[in-house]
Design a protein around this ligand. Structure first.
Ligand code: ACM
Length: 512
């Protein structure tokens, strides 16, 4: 919602000081225990016992659990230098238990054994992420470290509050390479984020190969496209499929977005017939929004929409396809409705479930999933489930404060406690918890060039959204203590993060 910006004066009037909820340094991070996990598990019972990983430790897995056991071993081998073979017997065991449902898992740590149980491979994956956080920080190193590889004792029984916990990356304003996207997937999946929404098209660039409309990427994915002409590039179909597979190994489902009928200048530069007057617009490298629109009265519009949706659906194994629909300020309302009446059924025709930004709720979208983002606008009533991503809480591209580099501030500034202190289940009176599918943390790329820029805005706020989506209860003091203890892990992993003044222990670890 980049038109209704806060004026600089209004932003300067926002409280920059730390709010009372964040006052004081907060409790000092404790030694690692089962109570320190991010996002907070449903139930934890610490015990004074501990398990110690040694060069002789082996990992046991039943056949269907072997891939996850191998993932665990691969994560632990570089820093320990241990062989950690996966076999039928072993002190660390991964097994299925039909009494545990969905993404849930149970992890029990005794002095002589570690048992991870889940009903599904995804549940085992989640348990492995938890187990990794229980080992000393040195486990994050990619070279052999001398450490006592202790796992604190106790039991964790865990299950998510919401099924859909998502991050979004904008590849249109600045393209981010497949390697950068993979590194982001590595990080978000550590916090049990299970969807990655890729915003693939916008006014400044078109970033996904579409065979039936090749100029989309040949022209609008070329070098020189993107904000300030610095964000060129695009995903070939093979890049995209490789990303989908990489994400799937980490239980992250890719949700592709093509934004229509607004945010289409890049498509119209490549194909002028997609404008009403047939005249090619100029390529845009600025960050304005709301000026471009597909032409609801032309048949070519629907051929284009159908071709793009069909090709995207074919290369996307996940159930969802996002068709944008936001900020179509230059599409007359009647045309917007006419456009959506033709395009919404196309997503179903190609076997996918529609997601659209909040504005599509006005177009009778049936059971389409609505993504709430504009906290200043009404949310029309709909039948479908809702993904919560209010811009003033969940948009990772909002600056932390006016002095931090990168990001924008049209929805205000968002410190870590702003990102954490809200409840998706009671944010909108008309959307009770049962209609909330989950949460998303979008990261728009107007100001982002590289992975450092992405990480600085995402961390630690992404973890706040991950915990809101996963954990049944929120507790700011507990959260910031656990977050503070996580800083050295990011430092070991060479992940850039913002050392918020609200979390002094995080600041300390950044300085180390
Ligand atoms: C949006 O921020 N325009 C969805």
């Amino acid at each position: 919602m980049r038109l209704t910006r806060l004026s600089v004066a209004a932003v300067l009037a926002l409280p920059l000081a730390v709010t009372p909820a964040s006052a004081g340094p907060g409790p000092r991070p404790q030694p690692i225990t089962v109570a320190g996990v991010l996002p907070a598990p449903a139930r934890v019972s610490p015990s004074p016992e501990r398990f110690i990983l040694t060069p002789a430790t082996t990992i046991a897995a039943e056949p269907a659990a072997v891939p996850m056991a191998e993932q665990l071993a691969a994560a632990l081998r570089p820093a320990t230098g241990f062989r950690l073979p996966v076999s039928e017997g072993g002190a660390i065991s991964l097994r299925f238990d039909n009494a545990i449902t969905g993404e849930g898992y149970r992890l029990t740590v005794h002095p002589d054994r570690v048992e991870l149980r889940a009903g599904t491979p995804h549940g085992l994956f989640n348990g492995v992420q938890t187990l990794r956080q229980l080992l000393p920080t040195a486990i994050e190193s990619d070279t052999v470290q001398q450490a006592e590889w202790t796992i604190p004792g106790g039991e964790i029984e865990d299950t998510p509050r919401f099924a859909y916990r998502s991050a979004m990356l904008d590849l249109a304003r600045h393209f981010h390479t497949p390697d950068e996207v993979k590194r982001y997937i590595d990080q978000i999946s550590r916090f049990k984020i299970n969807y990655l929404h890729l915003h693939l098209t916008d006014d400044q660039g078109w970033r996904i190969q579409i065979d039936s409309w090749p100029r989309l990427t040949a022209v609008s994915g070329a070098p020189g496209t993107g904000v300030r002409g610095l964000g060129g590039g695009f995903l070939t179909k093979s890049d995209y499929r490789d990303l989908v597979a990489y994400a799937a190994e980490r239980y992250v489902t890719i949700v592709p977005e093509v934004d229509m009928p607004g945010h289409v200048n890049a498509a119209q530069v490549a194909y002028p017939e997609l404008t009403c007057d047939g005249v090619a617009p100029k390529p845009r490298i600025d960050i304005r929004v709301g000026y471009s629109s597909l032409c609801a009265g032309k048949e070519v519009t629907y051929r284009f929409a159908e071709d793009v949706i069909r090709e995207l659906a074919v290369m996307t194994p996940g159930p969802y396809l996002h068709i944008g629909g936001d900020e179509a300020h230059s599409t007359p309302h009647a045309d917007y409705l006419r456009f959506q009446e033709r395009v919404l059924p196309l997503v179903q025709k190609y076997g996918k479930i529609t997601i659209g930004w909040q504005e599509i709720a006005a177009a009778n979208p049936g059971n389409a999933i609505i993504q709430y983002w504009n906290h200043e606008a009404e949310m029309p009533e709909t039948a479908g489930k809702v993904i919560m991503s209010p811009a003033n809480r969940a948009y990772l591209d909002m600056q932390y404060d006016l002095l931090t580099p990168g990001g924008l501030h049209w929805a205000g500034t968002t410190e870590v406690d702003d990102a954490y202190s809200w409840d998706p289940g009671d944010l909108l009176p008309a959307v009770p918890e049962g209609r909330v599918l989950g949460v998303e943390a979008p990261l728009w790329s107007e100001t982002l060039r590289d992975l450092d820029d992405i990480e600085f805005l995402a961390f630690p706020r992404l973890v706040a959204i991950a915990e809101i989506g996963w954990s049944a209860r929120s507790d700011w003091d507990s959260f910031r203590t656990r977050l503070g203890a996580h800083g050295p892990r990011w430092t070991r992993q060479k992940v850039r993060f913002y050392s918020s003044p609200q979390i002094p222990w995080l600041r300390e670890s950044a300085a180390r």
